[in-house]
Design a protein around this ligand. Structure first.
Ligand code: BES
Ligand code: ZN
Length: 457
């Protein structure tokens, strides 16, 4: 094993240059203009998987972006790891807030800045390099591995469920491993045992066939911007509780034991607030910040659009108003059921003065697992060896839709071992990854495969 770690330490500069090449491909799945880049990125990932010595590497076409598959199955009798990650990234706007170009990896103060550096290309690449080090130095891996790297995670993984359902035999494994989440804090590595789900919607209102002079017509017709604001205002009460009927029916309550564990974590609320630049924190009454983000559902307005927003003033009644609204869900809420409840209620509260269009966008189920299994313990030992500290256990507020699918369709537990940091600006300008965590992550991953080899399956 020492030879593997030595190899990793000797190749740090090369890793950085190679990762920059991956980060240079603008594989933004949400924007159709980037479709050719998304495909180019899938090809790059496949080529890289071949370079590091994986076998049966291929692009699986789906109704959307290709899934890249590769494996190495030369350890009969040893456990099989199914590694999952994504090569697509979020859009980069607002571009002017980036201190260096988003698709030109740039190192400043020990951090590599670029879109996808933390979410998720950097973390996928960390496993590529750990696998490469094993294969180069020993000509083999201590376990069997199957990798699927998808290109639609950032837009809801709509076609991946189908891929998993139709490739159950090919994907058979003992454990899923994912590195697509932050660690708890700088110097506090963690294993994540729960993710929230998601349900995403768009609401469009139309009041008239075109914009109107607000003097000639103001008072005679309802204003869509105003009506939309009134509808949104009804969605939560003052205590932050969501007022959609039935919304809380299936919410699994946080247990007292879990709340006690959350309290023990080294969470500094003042620092958290200041880092966000928020004058004051706020959320559902009766819950701490970590409980609100990890264990309680929310409803957020992700975007609002209506009327005149340029410089100066324009006296106009807008014809239309639009809102993007999403909910984060917790076990045992079901995105489809929540969508039905929400749609029914929105139609009910929309006044007759408006034409309403209600659109369901993507969703994903919440996920939670117990963490007293041998795979999680193996990850804990590997993290301790790679980072010099044993991990804490966390839940997260974000979503990775396929994790519940792995559980439901393949019956597999997942180990979420992420090396991002909570302040690394995933989805925002100036996304970055701490290079120390990236390199330690490669070493910890290499140890992890060795630790997994010792798990009896
Ligand atoms: N890496 C994140 C998921 C994540 C974020 C895990 C924060 C833990 C903490 C992932 O790439 C992501 O952003 N997922 C989307 C999924 C959605 C589009 C269905 C998300 O959470 O918004
Ligand atoms: Zn993301």
């Amino acid at each position: 094993m020492d030879n593997v770690v030595d190899f990793i330490n000797m190749n740090r500069d090369r890793y950085l240059e190679e990762l920059k090449a991956l980060l240079a491909i603008p594989s933004v799945s949400a924007l159709p203009v980037h479709a050719p880049d998304v495909r180019r990125c899938a090809e790059w990932v496949a080529d890289e998987m071949r370079r590091i010595g994986l076998q049966n590497v291929q692009l699986h076409e789906t109704a959307g972006n290709p899934v890249v598959y590769g494996d190495w199955l030369g350890a009969p009798g040893a456990p099989t790891m199914l590694f999952y990650g994504h090569y697509d990234v979020q859009p980069v706007d607002p571009l002017d807030l980036w201190e260096s170009p988003p698709f030109e990896g740039t190192v400043r103060d020990g951090e590599l800045y670029a879109r996808g550096s933390a979410d998720d290309k950097g973390q996928v690449f960390m496993h590529f390099k750990a696998l490469e080090a094993w294969l180069r130095q020993n000509g083999r891996l201590p376990i069997n591995v199957k990798l699927i790297i998808e290109g639609e995670e950032e837009v809801g993984s709509d076609n991946l469920d189908e891929f998993v359902r139709t490739h159950k035999r090919e994907l058979a494994a003992d454990v899923v491993v994912i590195s697509d989440s932050p660690m708890f804090d700088r110097g506090v590595p963690s294993i994540c045992y729960g993710l929230r789900g998601l349900a995403y919607f768009q609401i469009d209102l139309r009041g008239t066939k075109s914009d109107l002079h607000s003097g000639s017509f103001g008072g005679a017709v309802a204003n869509p911007a105003f009506v939309l604001a009134q509808m949104i205002a009804q969605m939560k009460d003052r205590g932050g509780r969501i007022k959609v009927p039935g919304f809380y029916d299936d919410v699994r309550a946080l247990t007292d034991a879990e709340r006690e564990e959350f309290k023990k974590l080294p969470f500094n609320e003042t620092r958290f607030r200041k880092d966000l630049g928020a004058p004051k924190l706020m959320g559902e009454t009766g819950y701490s910040t970590l409980e609100r983000v990890w264990g309680r559902p929310t409803l957020e307005v992700n975007g609002l659009l209506s009327g005149f927003t340029g410089d100066g003033a324009k006296t106009v009644i807008p014809a239309v108003a639009m809102a993007k609204i999403s909910m984060r869900l917790v076990p045992d809420q079901d995105p489809a059921k929540i969508a039905d409840q929400f749609e029914k209620w929105v139609w009910k509260i929309a006044p007759k003065t408006m034409e309403l269009k209600f659109t369901r966008m993507h969703g994903g189920k919440p996920w939670m697992t117990s963490f007293d299994n041998a795979f999680v313990q193996a990850a804990g030992r590997a993290i301790e060896r790679g980072f010099g500290k044993s991990p804490v256990f966390t839940r997260e507020g974000g979503s990775i839709p396929v994790v519940s699918t792995f559980q439901e369709e393949l019956g597999l537990p997942s180990v979420l071992f992420g090396v991002g940091l909570p302040d690394e600006n995933a989805h925002a300008p100036n996304e970055r990854i701490d290079l120390g965590n990236f390199y330690n992550g490669i070493i910890a991953s290499a140890y992890f495969y060795e630790e997994l080899a010792g798990v009896t399956v």
